[in-house]
Design a protein around this ligand. Structure first.
Ligand code: PLP
Length: 450
């Protein structure tokens, strides 16, 4: 990469003067000025290049600047840059068709949004109108977005500031054997107890009041906890029994991330509504949406759907989605995620776990992996306390700094690092990232007490 410190300093100065950043204490952050990106890498203005093991915020499933997608956006911009949502336009029609052909079951109608949170807002609105009920159940250890309903469904500390108790959301524990809420000793027990806990929650909340259960198929930011066999099928059965709409949030897990087009395919389960965003067009232009079942679509056949967005199905975003899906088919990106996950990442992480006492558990599939870092493998005490900041978070900060020093940009959330590179990552890139992790984990090991 080319060095241009003055240009970098100007970008940084204007950012610090005028950009108000997400989820941050504005005076305590130091955002890296990025000069460019290509494929699995990005670089700054100082000549430092980083292998991106975060895929942005887990959205660049085909990497940065894919020439075919860039060209498709340019061509669409030249042809028809924008158009209002009430009209039928070619890129929107085509994107909806390509998505509906890939979503499971009869999720054949697509409502487009600008991102994941709006998809959740609209899925919940659809479920409430379809059922005539108000309450919505969601899991602790989840993230569903930053807008009112989505943040209230979220099961992590980002909800706390926005939760005034009027959202109609109720939280329950989903299965997670390594840090079980149920004292289970194996996946089958964890599954059975989590399903019983959900049944109990429904009984005590009143089944006739519950519009929807919203779950990430495989929870992402909260720690990539693949549900045990039978759990999602069990939730499906409970929803059917009580007339509750089953919403699967595939904003992060969808579009190849888990080595299938959608994570629901791993579990043979079809929700009533499925939300998506991120990987649908690798984040090149903001796009999200809800895939809708026949029964719910029918509710709004004669009765207007009371929801909409100026940029619903924006032509540039949809053209990017069409090109992204075509690239994913042509270049076998979903197959690559499954293959590199199974043959490089999984064995590589297992080998690291043998040598690094800070690794408590590795879990995941495809290009969707988490390392749960611990102080002590026996007690499983997290390497940093839940929601730690400042000095309490120093061990994770040291781990992150060591990654960056070795050319790897890591995804870090609480006591975890996630391995979530682009789904078209090469074997050599994956191995390069594992080698940097190996060095950085030695920094984490120093904070273990075992
Ligand atoms: N749902 C899940 C599972 C997510 O991971 C995210 C974002 O990380 C969202 C919803 C919110 O999406 P957005 O940030 O595009 O609104």
């Amino acid at each position: 990469p080319h060095v241009d410190s003055r240009a970098g300093a100007a970008v940084k100065a204007a950012d610090r003067a005028h950009v108000f950043h997400s989820w941050s204490a504005q005076g305590l952050i130091d955002p890296l000025a990025v000069a460019g990106a290509e494929g699995s890498y990005f670089w700054d203005y100082e000549g430092n290049r980083y292998l991106d093991f975060t895929s942005g915020l887990v959205f660049t499933n085909i990497g940065y600047q894919h020439p075919k997608v860039v060209a498709a956006i340019q061509e669409q911009a030249a042809k028809l840059s924008t158009f209002a949502p009430a009209f039928a336009v070619e890129p929107r029609s085509e994107a909806a068709r390509l998505i509906a052909e890939r979503t499971p079951g009869d999720l054949d109608k697509i409502f487009f949004t600008n991102g994941g949170a709006e998809a959740i807002e609209n899925a919940v609105r659809m479920a409430r109108l379809h059922t005539g009920r108000h309450k919505v159940l969601a899991a602790y250890r989840s993230y569903h977005g930053g807008t009112t309903t989505a943040i209230n469904l979220t099961g992590d500390p980002r909800r706390w500031a926005s939760d005034n108790g009027t959202s109609g959301t109720v939280h329950f524990w989903a299965p997670f054997l390594y840090r079980s809420a149920f004292y289970a000793e194996n996946e089958a027990e964890e599954c059975a107890r989590a399903l019983q806990h959900l049944e109990d929650t429904i009984a005590f909340e009143g089944p006739a009041a519950i519009a929807a259960i919203v779950l990430e198929t495989i929870p992402g930011t909260a720690g990539i906890m693949t549900p045990p066999a039978g759990y999602l099928a069990g939730v499906r059965e409970i929803c059917d029994r009580y007339g509750i709409v089953f919403v699967l949030d595939e904003v992060m897990a969808g579009f190849g991330r888990t080595g299938k087009w959608f994570a629901a395919e791993h579990f043979d389960v079809v929700p009533d509504l499925m939300t998506f965003a991120k990987g649908v067009n690798s984040g090149y232009v903001p796009l999200g949406g809800v895939a809708i079942s026949g029964a719910i679509a029918e509710t709004f056949d004669k009765r207007p759907y009371p929801g909409g967005l100026t940029y619903s199905g924006h032509p540039l975003a949809c053209a990017a989605a069409v090109a992204t899906i075509q690239v994913m088919e042509e270049e076998r990106v979903v197959e690559n995620a499954a293959l590199i996950g199974e043959t490089v990442i999984a064995p590589g992480l297992r080998e690291l776990a043998e040598r690094h006492p800070s690794i408590g558990e590795i879990r995941g599939t495809g290009m969707f992996w988490a390392l749960d870092l611990v102080k002590d493998r026996e007690t499983r005490e997290p390497l940093v306390p839940y929601n730690a900041s400042g000095a309490d978070n120093a061990p994770m900060a040291a781990f992150g700094a060591a990654c960056k020093k070795n050319g790897l940009w890591p995804f870090i959330n609480m006591n975890r690092t996630h391995v979530v590179p682009p789904c078209n990552v090469t074997e050599a890139e994956a191995k390069e990232g594992l080698a940097a992790l190996d060095i950085a984990l030695s920094a984490a090991d120093e904070h273990t007490t075992a």
